[in-house]
Each structure stands twice: as structure tokens, then as C-alpha cells.
Design a protein around this ligand. Structure first.
Ligand SMILES: [Zn+2]
Length: 258
């Protein structure tokens, strides 16, 4: 079961790569062949096996030998891992026969929301942009899904207010210099996924991750101080981490000080 879910996640990750790329190129992602971005050669099924094709072809196009981004297999593996962790978090026993309707819906909801977050993660990393047409449907699904699962409306609204307000305040203070509307919308989405007070955990984790990775990239001279940071990438990752480990993180953090 565990292997099956990991592989399912890898295939979903492969689809999310296509979604991000085609959103950028404004193509439909329901139909159409996959093509090499360099030589335009149509890619066949054997070229598109997630992770394995990348390893077998050593990260290059079979036809023109141009290198593909290592992001593709990494996103596939990340999605596989996240799908698996969501499953084991919601159903710690891993016993499929213990799966109630409620838990099945929760797993499905979290998988869908994680998929949206991974698209936001990838898109902001590649193109420095958080798309409304990804964030807004995810926000509707998060609100409806969480209410259906019995989360309190007030907790969700307070989370959305805290998440959106946090970025709105920065937007107003900096007159739109530091962040854009995409961050505010993403803050609202984070609140609708996590509710209050877990939104705070997600913001905290995101800032820690963002700072640590930025400092590392600057130390390695990959980025400079003035360079843009794809903050939506860290916010998405922080949200997924808070979904999975929110309560443990809070008690661990409090234990450091109490
Ligand atoms: Zn090619």
C-alpha cells in the first residue's frame, strides 16, 4: 500500500510539472502531446516515465541531448513523499481496513490541497509569480472541504484573516515593494487550509526555511543579497509541513522555552 501511494504521488507530481509548464505557456493541460522544449520532438511514453526516464536518459532529451531541469524528477519525488506522509499522518496504523469514510475524505482533500501547493511552490520557484487562478480554486476547495470535515468556521476565518492580514500589512507598509497581491491571496489560502492557530506555525516555519535557504544560497554564491526570493515556494512548503507536523512543532517549540 505504501509503495502504491508513493508511486501514485510520483505520477501526480509528473502531472503537476506539466500543469505548471503549460500554465506558464498558457496551453491547455488536458489535451495535447508533450514536446521537448528545445527541439520540439514529441515525447513518447517511454520518455515520460516519472523519475526513471530522467535517470535512464541521464537528464537529457533523447532526441537533441539538451539537459532537462533536475526540478522535474525532484518535484515527482517530493509529491510522492508528501502523498505518502499525508496518508501515514491521517492513518498512522497504515491499515487500509481501518480507513473510515471520514478519513478517506480527509486524505483526498489533503492530497488535492498539497497538489495545489506544489504547483504554487514550483511556479514561484521557476517564474517568481503566484497565480490567482491556482490560489483561488484551492481556497474554495480548502474552505468547503474543511467545513465538510467539521472544522470550525471561525477557526478558518481567523486563520485566513491572520494569513492575509500578515501580508497585507507588509504590502501597505512597503507600498507594494516587498510583496504582491499573490502573497496576500496565498496567506488567505494558508489560513483556510490550516485554520487558527496553525497558520502561525506555517508562517514561522516558512520564514525559518526561507531565511536558512537564502543564506545558504548566498553563502554558496548562487544568489546575491539583492536577488529576488521566491517566497511563495517557502510558504507552500511551510504550509505542507504545518499540515503534517503542526501540533508536534508547536509542542517542540514550546518545550524549548518552558
Ligand atoms: Zn529535444
Amino acid at each position: 500500500m505504501v509503495v502504491f501511494i508513493f508511486i501514485l504521488g510520483i505520477f501526480v507530481g509528473s502531472f503537476l510539472n506539466v500543469v505548471a509548464r503549460r500554465l506558464h505557456r498558457q496551453e491547455t493541460f488536458v489535451t495535447g502531446f508533450s514536446k521537448c522544449l528545445f527541439c520540439g520532438h514529441r515525447l513518447h511514453t517511454r520518455d515520460l516515465v516519472p523519475v526513471l526516464s530522467y535517470i535512464y536518459l541521464r537528464g537529457r532529451c533523447r532526441y537533441c541531448r539538451q539537459p532537462f531541469s533536475v526540478l522535474y524528477p525532484l518535484i515527482e519525488l517530493l509529491t510522492g513523499l508528501v502523498f505518502l506522509l499525508i496518508f501515514t499522518t491521517v492513518l498512522p496504523s497504515g491499515d487500509i481496513f481501518a480507513l473510515s469514510g471520514y478519513l478517506a475524505i480527509k486524505i483526498a482533500l489533503w492530497w488535492v490541497l498539497a497538489a495545489f501547493l506544489i504547483v504554487i511552490f514550483l511556479y514561484d520557484w521557476k517564474y517568481y509569480l503566484i497565480l490567482d487562478k491556482v490560489v483561488l480554486p484551492a481556497a474554495v476547495i480548502a474552505l468547503a472541504g474543511n467545513l465538510f470535515l467539521g472544522q470550525h468556521l471561525l477557526s478558518l476565518l481567523l486563520g485566513a484573516l491572520a494569513g492575509g492580514g500578515f501580508f497585507l500589512a507588509q504590502f501597505l507598509v512597503s507600498r507594494g515593494q516587498w510583496i504582491g497581491w499573490g502573497d496576500i491571496n496565498l496567506g488567505v489560502l494558508m489560513g483556510l487550509i490550516l485554520g487558527w492557530p496553525q497558520i502561525l506555525t506555517a508562517l514561522f516555519v516558512s520564514y525559518m526555511l526561507g531565511s536558512a535557504v537564502s543564506l545558504l544560497l548566498i553563502a554558496l554564491r548562487i544568489k546575491k543579497w539583492k536577488d529576488k526570493i521566491p517566497f511563495g515556494t517557502f510558504l507552500s512548503l511551510g504550509t505542507i509541513i504545518a499540515m503534517l507536523y503542526g501540533p508536534q512543532l508547536v509542542s517542540w517549540y514550546l518545550a524549548l522555552f518552558l
